[in-house]
Design a protein around this ligand. Structure first.
Ligand code: BV8
Ligand code: ZN
Length: 241
């Protein structure tokens, strides 16, 4: 472990309050393609254009094909050492808040509890008419799933671009970051807001910000420690140190 990692490990070991923000990079080694990683395209479409209310209104079957494809990949995936190390870290730190942009629930499957899901998740679906949310984990949904109670079309339980985050979740994430002594930012390209704004929130507080990513990102210039490599290798080293 090089001296940067040793510094990071020491900061974590001494911290009473730790906040963690994860992005798709923490699930990459579980085989979950990131938005850019999907070769940038899915059936010739840019995933970022499919993750919108407009795309769903225009062609719900195409959008459901996209989400059913991702639900299948997630069902067949398993948490990787980064997910497991973060679940273990929560056992050692008096107060750890795990905030994720991911919708794959691999943190929960690795044992993390009380995860703040900023962008929802792929297990839940929500009715477009009566708003009832149901957990459809591990189910193969039809190409156009409908609500059990009112029969209307249901949508994936994720936050699309242009949609606001579930009420209260982002405020809880901000509060955790504001009071943290260490803020770990793992596997995110830090381009999606308001999630990426949490780095600025941390810098306004007392937290030491540690970035773990394959490569530098737009926030790399303002973090205290940048560790570049695979999350599945770096995070376990920091936690076991
Ligand atoms: C909102 C759920 C307003 C859906 C997702 C112009 C400028 C600034 C902002 C905007 C703008 N235009 C629009 C906006 C706002 C917009 C936004 O930020 N757009 C971006 C694209 C510019 N944000 C929104 O719309 C948000 N809502 O602002 O609402 C509002 C307010 C009030 C009232 C009404 C409206 C909602 C954003 C949520 C969108 N939903 N996910 C789904 O998943 O289908 S975001 C989705 O894309 C992911 O969740 C992820 O967060 C994001 C990026 O995906 P990826 O690139 O795949 O992942 P990530 O960014 O994490 O990058 C992967 C990283 O991992 C890379 O850095 C890579 O190097 C690294 N990596 C890879 N392998 C590894 C690794 N690191 C370590 N180890 C490895 N092995
Ligand atoms: Zn309904």
């Amino acid at each position: 472990m090089d001296d940067l990692e040793q510094r990071a490990a020491r900061l974590i070991a001494q911290a009473r309050r730790v906040a963690v923000l994860t992005g798709a990079g923490v699930s990459a080694e579980s085989g979950i393609p990131t938005f850019r990683g999907m070769g940038g395209l899915w059936r010739g479409r840019d995933p970022l254009s499919l993750a919108t209310p407009e795309a769903f209104a225009a062609d719900p079957a195409l959008v459901w094909d996209f989400y059913n494809w991702r639900r299948r990949i997630v069902r067949e995936a398993a948490p990787n050492p980064a997910h497991r190390a973060l679940a273990e870290l929560a056992q050692r730190v008096p107060h750890l808040t795990l905030i994720t942009q991911n919708v794959d629930r691999l943190h929960q499957r690795a044992g993390s509890r009380d995860v703040l899901e900023l962008h929802g998740n792929l297990d839940e679906v929500r009715c477009t008419r009566c708003g009832v949310t149901s957990d459809r984990a591990n189910e193969e949904l039809p190409s156009l799933p409908h609500c059990d109670s009112c029969g209307a079309l249901v949508r994936p339980g994720v936050v699309w671009f242009g949609e606001s985050l579930p009420p209260g979740i982002f405020e809880a994430a901000e509060a955790a970051v504001q009071s943290a002594e260490v803020f770990l930012v793992v596997g995110t390209s830090a381009v999606v807001y308001p999630a990426a704004g949490l780095v600025g929130t941390a810098r306004g507080g007392r937290a030491a910000v540690i970035e773990i990513n394959l490569e530098p990102t737009p926030v790399s210039g303002v973090v205290d420690i940048g560790l570049y490599g695979k999350a599945g290798e770096i995070v376990p080293r920091l936690v076991s140190a």
